[in-house]
Write a protein that binds this ligand. Structure first.
Ligand SMILES: Nc1ncnc2c1ncn2[C@@H]1O[C@H](COP(=O)(O)OP(=O)(O)O)[C@@H](O)[C@H]1O
Ligand SMILES: Nc1ncnc2c1ncn2[C@H]1C[C@H](O)[C@@H](COP(=O)(O)O)O1
Length: 222
């Protein structure tokens, strides 16, 4: 029996994992999808045609990159809908605007007109009753030091060359963002609450918490 049946998680659930770069979203996405027998929806980093250019020159490429991510995530949203759910999604669409586009605009690496164009497109596509929101957003949190050492350990070249201030600004923005986020139910999970690298069974208490949380939020909806 898989853990989905054991804990009564609906087969059509859509769970998205949010959190700063390097915190462990992709790793948790794989572990949860395996445990629940769900499909995965990943950000494609290696085939992203703008990402390297963006890290080399934020001013020049931030708008292009946001449009690219928006299109990719919307296509993924459509795929999830067509399968009828049963997905773990690596990063939510809400972070693109709530964290990245906003941060680049406020730091002056995206122009006002580009930011307004982007946000009006985002709102027209996403913030409507026609866009299905996830059943649950898991907010993965960890200390800045732990996140920085994970970014280093993973070793993506463009991230190694990015100043530490960029990651600490993002880390702080995530904390502020999640405190006001309300587009769907949020479960906060600290990276010290599980240890899937050394102990596969540590995913089970996480699944149990998800099941409890989903039950509570279903009850609240009624
Ligand atoms: N639970 C964990 N324990 C230890 N290391 C982890 C854990 N989860 C992720 N990592 C490591 O941290 C780095 C970033 O993880 P990743 O899942 O790619 O993060 P994200 O998708 O949030 O950017 C990788 O090197 C990964 O192996
Ligand atoms: N919307 C985004 N804007 C800028 N950069 C982004 C956006 N979404 C993801 N990224 C970057 C950050 C990382 O370098 C890679 C992959 O993110 P990760 O958190 O490691 O999954 O893309």
């Amino acid at each position: 029996m898989n853990l989905r049946n054991k804990y009564g998680i609906p087969a059509n659930s859509v769970i998205t994992i949010a959190g700063t770069v390097g915190v462990g979203k992709s790793t948790l996405t794989n572990a949860l999808a395996n445990a629940l027998g769900f499909r995965t929806s990943f950000e494609k980093v290696d085939t992203n045609p703008y990402l390297d250019k963006f890290y080399a020159d934020f001013d020049r490429w931030s708008f292009h990159l946001q449009i690219y991510f928006l299109a990719e995530r919307f296509k993924e949203q459509k795929r999830i809908f067509e399968y009828g759910g049963g997905f773990i999604q690596d990063r939510s669409i809400y972070e693109d605007t709530g964290i990245f586009a906003k941060m680049h605009f406020e730091k002056g690496t995206m122009s006002k007109v580009d930011y307004e164009t982007y946000t009006s497109l985002f709102e027209a596509m996403v913030m409507t009753p026609y866009f299905p929101h996830p059943d649950l957003l898991i907010y993965l949190e960890g200390s800045l030091d732990d996140v920085l050492s994970r970014i280093k350990e993973r070793g993506r070249p463009m991230e190694q060359q990015t100043p530490m201030d960029y990651w600490s600004e993002m880390h702080q923005r995530y904390e502020n963002w999640i405190n006001t986020f309300n587009a769907c139910p949020v479960l906060r999970l600290n990276i010290n609450d599980y240890d899937i690298m050394n102990n596969e069974t540590s995913i089970e208490p996480v699944v149990e918490r998800i099941a409890e949380f989903l039950k509570q939020s279903q009850l609240l909806k009624k």
